[in-house]
Design a protein around this ligand. Structure first.
Ligand code: ADP
Ligand code: MG
Length: 677
């Protein structure tokens, strides 16, 4: 007798359950996707015990016919796919017909459903894959699935689960994601009866972001609008008619570079409405923020990429959270460029922190975990050469960032900036802060000093003079918070001979003179490098530098690049080079240090072979040394020049190492602070 046997359905379902329902959040995901596929407008999710004890998803979707309700628990039973051809153009979230039987095999599941076409509904109850009952019942149209005692019969899986709180956080993050992808529907999530998310339908994504994260968060974001890129289709055979171009569109929000998160939990990606995790897209986002953010920091991003269903394969993994793009390189560059363009156009400004504005984010948006980003976190970034189509998606390195924050630099600027200190940089958190302190109400025109009025006696009132009244509304300009305003600033002076204070039509500005100049020089050097004419200074006496063997190797590799960036060098005997000229602006005492920094960048960068990164790193290093230092007095003319030049840069938001350049205390905030609005 042969040894090969076909597995029973029961075993097959349990195996599938291992892949499809890893944890309670995965059950919620499958049930939510079914409800969305069923066209539901209202989705209600109740959980308890982190989803282990109970998960109940209720929708007002199309419901199931009586026969279908039974069939739904058969393996590979789906209403969404009828032929292999359909696989190429899936527009529903589910299609594998695995979720319900898998979940039912590892829990006690109750399905209550009624299609609008039938007068009565159906109840099906299954426990550990065994049908307990299936009967008719009086139900409202729609579907409710109740999953209890998840993994009760799979003790091994149960052991893998984390605390209830962690599992709940995964669920909350997931439901939050989906609520963002479908602003036109309502979502409700509660745990042990406590409401975690409750959002009503809105027309625009912007309003949903506001509902979920609150006003403060919305202020931190740049709206991408709808951006497009076309993919020209080659004709199937010579002479044949060319098929229509495929259009990719990208919309959503990204945070301004000053918002720096320490993990990828705030990156939400959707491809054709499906929540996914994808390294190509994550890499594209990181590249867009390269030189705008310190290495190891991440933005908030909520991105929706839409394309023809045939352009993306969603059938890569049973959980359907991985995708494969047909044109990966195009998608990568499109997303990177679109984000970059949006940031350059908006030039968003950092405001001086001000008490929180209501509404605060919903509790679900505050929970810390995201299943999808977490999993990626543990996988790390893709390494060079691992890209499926041979493109190098290596991590944009922050090598230059570190070099500028080395102790030597600190001594000079007097700012302690060890790597630890860097991680403590003021994070412009997206967490809700405490509501503003109660203030006296000036709106009535007078204030009560006694608080409680004594019976019968009118409280003492001091009239507020006209000059203290509200600021006429028409006079409060509603200027967008863009750094384009830098061009019109009037410098007033310096604080600590390091920070320029300037008045603008829209408020008070403080500009860090060193990083501002760094940004100006950085962009200038890159432009000159691209045009092949770097401004150089000839040294009176050649500077002799002694290299270590490793540095010698790096030097040999990048000698040409060094020359093109303005360093005229010549080998001068054994592991020694003579520097005859250097880029303008670097003090003679700094030349050796810059060259060593560049060799260090080269050592790291060249292994990944990104010439672009090397060039940016070199430019950042030179800019850092050549820029005006802190603790340096500037006259008005110099300050004016600095502000004008900064205004003319592409990215005046942050220095090449990701630190903010300018802070604004907006007129609106000033008026609020003085209780004039
Ligand atoms: P898939 O979603 O991959 O088709 P599932 O096992 O998740 O597989 O669901 C099986 C089928 O059950 C679906 O194809 C759909 O016809 C039906 N179904 C599941 N959930 C719902 C729901 N909430 N409302 C209506 N029909 C549903
Ligand atoms: Mg499904």
């Amino acid at each position: 007798m042969g040894r090969i046997r076909v597995l029973s359905d029961d075993v097959a379902n349990k195996i599938a359950a291992g892949e499809v329902v890893e944890r309670p959040a995965a059950v919620v995901k499958e049930l939510l996707e079914n409800s969305l596929d069923a066209g539901a407008d209202e989705l209600r999710i109740e959980v308890s015990g982190g989803g282990r004890r109970l998960i109940r998803v209720t929708d007002d979707g199309c419901g199931m016919l009586r026969d279908d309700a039974m069939l739904a628990f058969e393996r590979h039973a789906t209403s969404k796919l009828s032929s292999a051809r359909d696989l190429l153009s899936i527009s529903t979230l589910g299609f594998r017909g695995e979720a319900l039987p898998s979940i039912a095999s590892v829990s006690r599941l109750l399905l209550e459903t009624r299609s609008r076409e039938e007068q009565t509904g159906t109840v099906v109850e299954i426990s550990g894959g065994k049908m307990l009952r299936a009967e008719e019942a009086a139900l409202a149209p729609g579907t409710q699935v109740t999953v209890q005692n998840l993994f009760f019969n799979v003790p091994a899986r149960k052991k893998f689960l984390r605390s209830d709180q962690t599992e709940l956080a995964h669920i909350a993050s997931l439901v939050t994601h989906y609520s963002l992808a479908h602003p036109e529907r309502s979502f409700f999530l509660s745990s042990e009866g406590r409401e975690l998310l409750n959002v009503t339908p809105t027309e625009r994504l912007r309003d949903r972001v506001y509902q979920v994260f609150g006003a403060e968060m919305l202020d931190e974001l740049v709206d991408l609008g709808a951006r497009e890129r076309r993919l020209e289709q080659a004709p199937p055979e010579p002479g044949a008619e060319r098929p229509p171009d495929r259009v990719y569109t990208l919309s959503g929000f990204v945070s301004r570079p000053q918002v720096q998160k320490l993990n990828r939990n705030s990156i939400f990606l959707f491809v054709n409405g499906r929540l996914i995790r994808d390294r190509v897209l994550l890499h594209a986002i990181a590249s867009a923020y390269h030189n705008l953010m310190p290495a190891g920091c991440y933005p908030f991003a909520l991105l929706f990429l839409d394309c023809h269903p045939e352009e993306v394969d969603v059938n890569v993994h049973p959980s359907k959270t991985e995708v494969r793009f047909r044109a990966q390189a195009l998608v990568h560059d499109f997303v990177r460029d679109a984000l970059r363009e949006a940031l350059v156009e908006a030039k968003p400004v950092s405001s001086i922190p001000f008490p929180a504005v209501r509404p605060l984010p919903q509790p679900a948006a505050e929970l810390p975990y995201s299943e999808f980003s977490n999993r990626l976190e543990s996988q790390g970034w893709p390494q060079a050469g691992s890209g499926a189509m041979g493109t190098d998606y290596s991590v944009p390195s922050g090598a230059s960032g570190q070099s500028c924050l080395s102790p030597s630099h600190n001594a000079e600027s007097g700012v302690p900036e060890t790597p630890e200190a860097l991680s403590q940089l003021p994070e412009f958190t997206l967490r809700g802060t405490r509501p503003p302190e109660a203030r006296l109400d000036f709106s009535a025109g007078s204030i009560s000093l006694t608080g409680e009025a004594e019976a019968g006696q009118p409280p003492l009132r001091i009239p507020v003079p006209e000059t203290h009244g509200a600021f006429p509304h028409e006079l409060v300009p509603d200027l967008s918070a863009s750094l384009a305003a830098l061009a019109d600033l009037r410098p007033l002076g310096q604080i600590h001979e390091s920070f320029i204070v300037a008045a603008g039509r829209d408020g008070l500005w403080i500009i860090d003179q060193h990083v501002a100049h760094e940004r100006i020089l950085f962009e200038q050097i890159l432009k000159q490098r691209a045009a092949g004419r770097i401004e150089m200074q000839r040294l009176l006496m050649p500077l002799i530098i002694v290299l270590t063997p490793a540095q010698q190797v790096d030097y040999d590799r990048i000698a040409e690049e060094l020359a093109a960036t303005g360093f005229e060098t010549e080998p001068f005997g054994n592991r020694t080079v003579a520097v005859k000229a250097a880029p303008a602006g670097i003090g003679p005492g700094d030349i050796e240090r810059v060259i060593f920094e560049i060799l260090e960048i080269a050592d790291r960068e060249l292994r990944r072979l990104s010439v672009e990164d090397l060039r940016r790193g070199m430019a950042a290093s030179i800019a850092c040394r050549a820029a005006i230092k802190v603790n340096m007095r500037l006259d008005t003319g110099k300050m004016e020049w600095l502000l004008k030049s900064l205004a003319a840069t592409e990215c005046p938001m942050t220095c090449p190492h990701g630190r903010p350049i300018a802070l604004r205390y907006s007129l609106r905030d000033i008026l609020k602070g003085f209780h004039r609005i």
